[in-house]
Unconditional design. Structure first.
Length: 219
């Protein structure tokens, strides 16, 4: 019996990821470099250890640029694009239904708590979450399962009593490795990427309510 739902944040609750890729791709193009989705996906849903898009032009293409100024420009452009973004379809309804059903609700994100805070307040969803597990609270972020294992501990449930909501291959891998039932709802960007196995995938939440989703994992 599922007692808790643990949400990823970036790309799942609000699509910050498509905007990031768009901004980086356009910036790289100005330097004559094509940023493929395959390359960029190495930092989707995880940290920048394997691929750092802020420094890649310098470290791998030997392009001379002011990394601090480049980072600032990228973040400003991303912020402008994000002004047009809101909760992904069906997310608010699912949060409300989960709360009404008495389920515990957690958040497990490879992003920092500071990053999460600015959005949960803007979106008005802070009160839905019973725990926040972020890059600040673990040693290893996704695809390592530590974030999900920490969320399970804080929510007081077992892996087979929780469902993860994810959008990216790294996130899905982490949730599956932690033993959670895993539902993947790809966004515009991540639907183009190859995923592993062990999860259930739907195109959008709009056609489902909480009972439909729980039924996916009760067979």
């Amino acid at each position: 019996m599922i007692k808790a739902i643990v949400f990823d944040f970036d790309g799942t609750i609000i699509d910050t990821e498509t905007a990031w890729y768009s901004v980086f791709r356009d910036a790289y193009a100005r330097y004559g470099v094509e940023l493929s989705l395959e390359t960029y996906a190495r930092c989707l849903g995880t940290n920048l250890q394997d691929f750092n898009p802020y420094t890649y032009l310098v470290t791998h293409h030997q392009i001379q640029l002011d990394v601090v100024a480049f980072r600032s420009s990228i973040q400003q452009c991303h912020a402008q694009l994000m002004e047009k973004e809101s909760l992904r379809p069906g997310i608010l309804t699912l949060l409300q239904q989960a709360k009404e059903a008495g389920l515990q609700i957690g958040l497990a994100s490879s992003s920092s708590r500071q990053w999460i805070d600015q959005y949960v307040d803007k979106l008005g969803i802070r009160e839905f979450f019973d725990c926040y597990c972020t890059a600040d609270t673990v040693t290893n972020v996704k695809p390592d399962p530590e974030l999900y294992l920490q969320a399970l501990e804080q929510l007081g449930v077992q892996p087979n009593e929780a469902m993860a909501i994810e959008d990216s291959p790294n996130g899905a891998q982490a949730a599956v490795a932690a033993g959670l039932y895993t539902l993947v709802i790809p966004n515009v960007l991540t639907k183009q990427l190859p995923f592993g196995v062990g999860h259930h995938t739907i195109d959008t939440l709009e056609q489902y309510d909480i009972h439909d989703l729980l039924a996916c994992f009760s067979k």
